[in-house]
Design a protein around this ligand. Structure first.
Ligand SMILES: C[S@@+](CC[C@H](N)C(=O)[O-])C[C@H]1O[C@@H](n2cnc3c(N)ncnc32)[C@H](O)[C@@H]1O
Length: 276
């Protein structure tokens, strides 16, 4: 498919797309304060395109972008698919910020993208009759990333691809009372360790839910510290052994993790993820 630099070139020549989505000024040049986001978006897109390559492209591919904000990612993907590659796709964006959802609707109608809808909702409460192929989340705040993962599992999405934002929930839980408290007693190390532990818990949870999981860097850490992509592909219904690893890891640090809690809610609702 396309490399990051090819995606960048397409967007820079892209008939005003980046202007309409608010990433460039009237001169058509990328805004200074948008460079980091632009790099993250193009790095994420490159990985999404690799995944899409293996999907059945004779059918419409349905994307759900959780915590979409201004939906830069979906607008860019839609442009690349429909205008550049001729791939049939449908996009659903969900966010708790009503003003941003309204802004997305306005941008969608300016661009004439009729294959996009935006919904004001919390990710975990989002419902759809559509078969969602790919669940995406870019920098969904803290546990909103976990909602995207849980929603993706519940929707039985073929791919769940999340680039997490902050990992505050675990950070506040791992100060002491575990074997590595000699590390986590120091604020800076606890911060770094919580990031790793949180993304390991997310990855183990996905493995345990029947997904094959890989982690990538979408941009260099010098460009953005929030650069880890957890990319999961559904391969089977569940994987008991790996779910045990998720629990072992969680118990090792006495964490009450977001996904754990979301899973419990799912069990109450009789979801796909069954722990027994
Ligand atoms: C840091 S912004 C990222 C926006 C966008 N993905 C981007 O990269 O530009 C995080 C977004 O998550 C939304 N959000 C926070 N919690 C959410 C939840 N539980 N469900 C849906 N959206 C949520 C916020 O309203 C905000 O727009």
């Amino acid at each position: 498919m396309l490399s990051k630099s090819e995606i960048r070139d397409i967007l820079r020549d892209g008939q005003g797309l980046i202007k309409y989505i608010g990433m460039s000024g009237h001169d058509g040049l990328l805004k200074k304060d948008m460079e980091k986001k632009f790099n993250e978006i193009t790095g994420f897109c490159e990985n999404i395109l690799k995944v899409v390559k293996n999907l059945d492209r004779t059918k419409e591919i349905v994307f759900l972008e959780c915590s979409c904000g201004k939906s830069y990612l979906s607008f860019v993907l839609n442009y690349i698919f429909t205008v550049e590659l001729g791939v049939k796709a449908f996009f659903v964006g969900v966010d708790t910020n009503r003003d941003l959802i309204q802004k997305c609707d306005e941008t969608r109608s300016i661009l004439g993208f009729s294959n996009m809808v935006f919904q004001h909702a919390r990710t975990i409460d989002f419902e759809t009759d559509r078969t969602v192929d790919v669940v995406l989340a870019l920098h969904a705040c803290d546990t909103a990333t976990d909602e995207a993962i849980a929603r993706g599992i519940k929707l039985d999405a073929k791919h769940i691809m999340v680039v997490p934002c902050c990992q505050g929930q675990v950070r506040s839980q791992i100060k002491k009372r575990h074997l590595l408290s000699g590390i986590t007693q120091f604020g800076l190390l606890r911060y770094k360790f919580a990031n790793i532990l949180t993304d390991a818990l997310r990855s183990q949870f996905l493995l345990g839910s029947g997904y094959f999981v890989e982690l990538f860097e979408i941009v260099s850490p010098k460009q953005s510290p929030k650069n880890i992509l957890i990319s999961a592909r559904k391969i089977k219904n569940k994987n008991k052994r790996n779910l045990e690893e998720y629990y072992e890891l969680s118990n090792m640090f006495n964490t009450s993790f977001g996904l754990h809690n979301l899973l419990f809610e799912h069990r109450m609702n009789g979801s796909l993820v069954n722990m027994s």
